[in-house]
Write a protein that binds this ligand. Structure first.
Ligand code: GLU
Length: 600
């Protein structure tokens, strides 16, 4: 009862305060903020401001994270929302404990290994774009709403209802369309126009919303309100569940859809069956720092950990910077070879983790790092054999797998947020609907987009990551919290599919080996080798001295426009803090602290 009264009071005050703060002149949006008392950093100013308001009203880091994520579901709906899933790493300062929550989407019971077979061309896979990604069959049971409810219930102080109030106001009153929002609709225009509900919401008058206009989503406000009033069962067992099943089984495709829209087989029982998993974090020790990350079914923490463990055997500060990044690239190549071959949902496959993480195995991988890059631009490093390095030497799945034939896509989708509070708790949370715009299917009448996360399964079998009933597709999301030797705590993460892993590893290396500040590490050019051919680099890097020296060391560089709009925060031992958002990628993000000061 007391909690209920508190919740009602805080709901009303959160709504009012948010309305007042939006009514006044907008606070300057900055990529860096310093001060004390708690922080929020995201890709979006409205979402960051909402999280900060929760902190100001006495909420903790978990409360702020959920309110912020709900706001991102409104303003950044093509990256994340209640139709998707995510992974949350939480540091509880009073217990000095790190917990992770797995809110990954799950395959429906009717899933078979042939999930992505083309129904009109037996024996063929559905083309990845647009058919596979814009289908009912790609939709996994969303985990995000239950992850929010569980996080609040276990570690928050607010009810789900209270945490959703600012986002309800945001969806109802609207927000100003920025260049990124308009561009993401434009990029998806053909896909969005294929679904009547999506067209009606995001292509008013057949065109993307104009930059500078106000965008409202009353259906999403209604859906959040249903969750607030009826609780999470409305999503997994009530009217929202029914609407999701209907949209998956009979996607609202227009008669003139320019591609075949394949239906999925999700049922009400699949939604009813969904559960969030509380899992231990991955722990990586690197040069005196401890990194806590997300374990399986995400490959994020394990693969970041393997990259760093490999690098621990090299001194990256000796010799020139190009030589150091060459070593990083080769470590990434080897770690991805192992990831691609062995990692999958641990409830379905025996992942040889003890072997993969043993010092003996890591030494065999270090020995593969040469002085120059492989001559062949399409070289794929074979995976190592971890089995001799673990007590149970039985092969996982079908024995040592051949080099996985991956066509893994890397997009700019997904979003990362960090929060901290005055008690020193931290949340590092990555959430997604997979592609930018997910499946492209807005649940009619409910204003949110369904994910297409099942495209993260590997359709080439045998493989630990093949589709199976109730299985969760392997992810790359890598929300991270770091403890430094002097007690400083850091948190960071990034969007970007499999490039998330190399972005997070790159930030850690820039911080730990090269002594960059967190804002500089977030802004730094990215280098990403994932054992899929040439090394991707931010386009500005190719022409730099570093780029040219890497080419001289035999690297084949593939410039791409943008890798990883990361955000993060630092809490120093004296309690002062710094929050940092991406300064330019994806239009730049917003970092704010509760009690602002000039800095530590
Ligand atoms: N589906 C991706 C993953 O779980 C995230 C989507 C992306 O960032 O492109 O790794």
């Amino acid at each position: 009862m007391i909690r209920r009264i508190f919740t009602v009071a805080i709901s009303v005050s959160l709504c009012l305060c948010f309305w007042l703060s939006r009514a006044g002149p907008s606070q300057e949006s900055l990529a860096i903020a310093t001060g004390r008392g708690g922080a929020v950093a995201t890709v979006d100013t409205d979402a960051t401001r909402i999280g900060l308001e929760v902190l100001r009203r006495g909420g903790n880091a978990v409360d702020a994270a959920i309110a912020t994520a709900a706001a991102l579901g409104v303003t950044d709906p093509f990256s994340a929302g209640i139709g998707g899933g995510g992974f949350m790493v939480i540091y509880l300062n009073d217990q000095d404990r790190v917990i992770t929550l797995d809110g990954r989407e799950q395959a429906p019971a009717a899933t078979t290994v042939d999930l992505f077979q083309d129904p009109s061309s037996p024996g063929e896979l559905l083309p990845f774009f647009p058919n596979r990604i814009s289908s009912g069959v790609a939709v996994g049971v969303p985990g995000t709403p239950l992850e929010w409810a569980e996080a609040l219930d276990r570690y928050g102080t607010l009810s789900l209802s209270a945490a959703l109030q600012p986002a309800i106001a945001l969806a109802e009153d609207g927000f100003v369309v920025d260049g990124t929002f308009a561009q993401q609709v434009e990029q998806n225009q053909a896909r969005f126009a294929a679904f009547s509900s999506t067209q009606a919401l995001y292509l008013p008058n057949g065109q993307p919303p104009t930059v500078g206009t106000r965008f409202k989503n009353p259906d999403l406000a209604k859906t959040y309100r249903i969750l607030a009033e009826q609780g999470i069962n409305a999503f997994y067992r009530g009217e929202i569940a029914k609407a999701i099943v209907q949209a998956v089984q009979q996607p609202p495709a227009v008669a003139t859809a320019p591609f075949q829209v394949v239906s999925g087989a999700m049922t009400l029982a699949d939604l009813d069956h969904y559960a969030v998993r509380v899992r231990p974090p991955t722990i990586t020790h690197y040069r005196g720092y401890t990194l806590y990350g997300m374990g399986l079914p995400s490959s994020g923490g394990i693969t970041t950990g393997e990259i760093l463990s490999l690098l621990e055997g090299f001194d990256l500060t000796q010799g020139d910077r190009a030589k150091a990044w060459h070593t990083v690239i080769e470590a990434e190549r080897l770690a991805f070879a192992d990831r691609n071959a062995y990692l999958g949902d641990p409830e379905f496959v025996d992942v040889p983790l003890p072997g993969l993480q043993s010092e003996g195995f890591i030494q065999t991988r270090r020995a593969k790092v040469g002085d120059r890059a492989p001559d062949d631009p399409d070289f794929r490093a074979p995976p190592g054999d971890p089995l001799p390095f673990q007590r149970d030497p039985s092969p996982s799945l079908t024995g040592l797998p051949s080099v996985a034939q991956l066509g893994e896509q890397s997009g700019l989708s997904t979003t990362h947020l960090v929060t901290s509070d005055r008690w020193g708790n931290i949340v590092s949370y990555t959430c997604t609907i997979e592609s930018i715009g997910g499946s492209g299917i807005v649940v009619p009448g409910y204003g949110f987009i369904l994910n297409n996360e099942l495209t993260d399964f590997d359709p080439v079998r045998p493989h630990p990551n093949v589709p199976e009933p109730y299985k969760r597709p392997r992810s790359s999301m890598a929300p991270t919290i770091v403890r430094s030797p002097n007690g400083t705590m850091l948190a960071f993460g990034s969007p970007g599919g499999p490039t998330i892993i190399t972005t997070v590893a790159g930030i850690a290396i820039n911080l730990i080996d090269f002594g960059l500040s967190l804002p500089d590490a977030i802004a730094a050019p990215r280098i990403s080798q994932r054992n899929t051919g040439p090394t991707q680099v931010d386009s500005q890097l190719e022409q730099t001295t570093l780029g040219q020296e890497l080419v001289a060391l035999g690297h084949h560089l593939a410039p791409v426009p943008e890798i990883g709009a990361a955000v993060g925060l630092v809490i120093y031992p004296d309690g002062s803090l710094l929050a940092a958002a991406e300064p330019t990628r994806r239009g730049g993000g917003a970092a704010m602290v509760k009690d602002r000061s000039k800095g530590p």
